[in-house]
Design a protein around this ligand. Structure first.
Ligand SMILES: NC(=O)c1ccc[n+]([C@@H]2O[C@H](COP(=O)([O-])OP(=O)(O)OC[C@H]3O[C@@H](n4cnc5c(N)ncnc54)[C@H](O)[C@@H]3O)[C@@H](O)[C@H]2O)c1
Length: 450
């Protein structure tokens, strides 16, 4: 009820501002939370040494002077440090969340003191899109997206803004897939760096970050023991393999579910299934795994990975959650249809009582479990130091006056990917040796065919 009134109030305020000011005013849940948000930001800042270094340089060089950056990212403390870094570089920053459930309201309140913020947790779909539209009202030069909603909006109902856009960055696998589809259809109007596809992003954020934050969110939401449980992980990509590994480390019996489908130029679900098998997991179809699992975690980027046919087979008490980008991996509408009642039993946990009396528990409405508040706290800070350093450096590349990049999905330049990896190592006091002259000559001899 309270959420409903909050939503009505937000819409009235937004409409009022559109009518009276011609634009929506920055909007957060509660400005009084700013003090708490400042403490959160301070903690993140003090654990993000790579961004701190970039921020100092940006502060001197002002690469974004005169430019506006519109952002749709999960709005929490680590993202806040990225936004401050861009602002230190001279950018006007307008920010919304890329997901209706993942805003940290205290951080949003703190950031709203110094930049334009349109985000609160628990948004309706309509409010979510209204906030994305609000950040686009800034007439941005650069956009940063996570999942592709902002860039998609630009190419549909906000096309008048396209000529001014220099380029963008995309944070996640699903967003990059959407952009590639637009590129194939000849519909992508500006260059976008696939930040997701930087090797250090795959390796650290998708694999290590999603693993720890998913485990953390499941434990926080449920307070349940992982050891001795059967955990079914759907998708053995970067995210899934990290989750499987950490769950195994906690003492779970892990089952991996993959599909027989091609993935990119060389890989397939079959290769990944084999890899999971040889890494010591049981591998099977979701139909088989459905009967066995105590905890189900999807991380595929696909749709209806867990569907009505699987709910029918599950044990009473099974927990279902999703770590993939969109809330379509677990078919919640089908589950609701099969249930005689649905009840919120705890923050982040809904109980679906099926007509035969079995109970299935869905975490965080089937949205990104590791980011949906309050149990989802997002990736560890150090992981986001790396991912957001890549974002900041790609934005700097787009801002360069002579930067003329063709429209399309672009790989993150190798020097940026490697610079961030090096800075992360340095921040932990690790210095790697260069190969000796003799070693380099030996390696070169193969390349020259001698
Ligand atoms: N939760 C987070 O913080 C976070 C972080 C990064 C990425 N993501 C998201 O997680 C998802 C996965 O990302 P990734 O980088 O691991 O992608 P990926 O492409 O490396 O892996 C996905 C895997 O899922 C498999 N798959 C597809 N459909 C399946 C099905 N029906 N059943 C079982 N397996 C299936 C594919 O074969 C593939 O191996 C994406 O939506 C991405 O945007 C989430």
């Amino acid at each position: 009820m309270a959420r409903c009134w909050q939503s009505i109030l937000n819409i009235i305020m937004l409409m009022g501002n559109i009518i009276f000011r011609g634009a929506a005013m920055p909007k957060v849940k509660d400005p009084l939370l700013a003090k708490k948000g400042e403490r959160e930001l301070e903690w993140a800042r003090s654990n993000m040494p790579v961004l701190a270094q970039i921020r100092r340089r940006f502060g001197r060089q002002k690469p974004f002077k005169g430019l506006t950056i519109a952002v749709a990212l999960h709005l929490e403390k680590k993202t806040g440090v990225l936004l401050e870094t861009l602002a230190a570089g001279g950018a006007k920053v307008w920010a919304a969340s890329c997901n209706p459930l993942t805003t940290d309201d205290s951080v949003a309140a703190a950031l709203a003191r110094r930049m334009e913020v349109f985000a609160w947790s628990g948004q309706s779909q309509q409010e979510y899109y209204s906030c994305l539209n609000s950040v686009l009202d800034s007439k941005p030069d650069i956009v940063i997206d996570d999942g592709g909603d902002l860039i998609s909006l630009l190419h549909t109902s906000r096309r008048e803004l396209l000529p001014k856009i220099r380029g963008g960055c995309e944070e996640t696998t699903t967003g990059v897939r959407r952009l590639r589809a637009m590129e194939r259809a000849g519909r992508l109007a500006f260059p976008v760096f696939a930040v997701n596809d930087a090797y250090s992003k795959f390796l650290l954020d998708n694999q290590i970050g999603t693993a720890q934050s998913t485990l953390d969110a499941v434990c926080r939401a449920t307070n349940s023991l992982i050891a001795g449980k059967t955990v079914v992980v759907a998708g053995y990509g970067w995210c899934g393999r990290g989750i499987a590994c950490r769950m195994k480390g906690m003492g779970a019996n892990v089952i991996v579910v993959e599909v027989a489908a091609a993935l990119g130029a060389h890989e397939s679900g079959m290769h990944r299934a084999l890899c999971a098998l040889y890494e010591g997991y049981r591998v099977m179809s979701m139909r088989q795994a459905a009967r066995e699992g105590d905890i189900f975690i999807t991380a595929t980027g696909g749709k209806n990975v867990i569907d009505a046919q699987h709910f029918k087979l599950m044990k009473s008490g099974a927990l279902l959650c999703n770590a993939g980008h969109f809330n379509v991996e677990i078919n919640e509408p089908a589950l609701r249809k099969m249930s005689k009642s649905v009840r919120q039993v705890k923050e982040n946990i809904a109980c679906y009582t099926l007509k035969d009396g079995r109970r299935l528990y869905l975490l965080s409405e089937g949205r990104l479990v590791n980011l949906a508040r309050p149990s989802g706290q997002g990736h560890p800070i150090e992981i986001m130091d790396g991912s957001f350093a890549i974002q900041a450096l790609c934005c700097e590349r787009l801002a360069k006056p002579k930067c003329r990049l063709a429209a399309g999905v672009l790989q993150v330049p190798r020097e940026i990917d490697e610079e961030v990896a090096l800075l992360l190592l340095k921040s932990r006091g690790i210095r790697l040796e260069k190969p000796t002259q003799q070693q380099m000559e030996y390696a070169a001899s193969f390349e020259e065919g001698t």
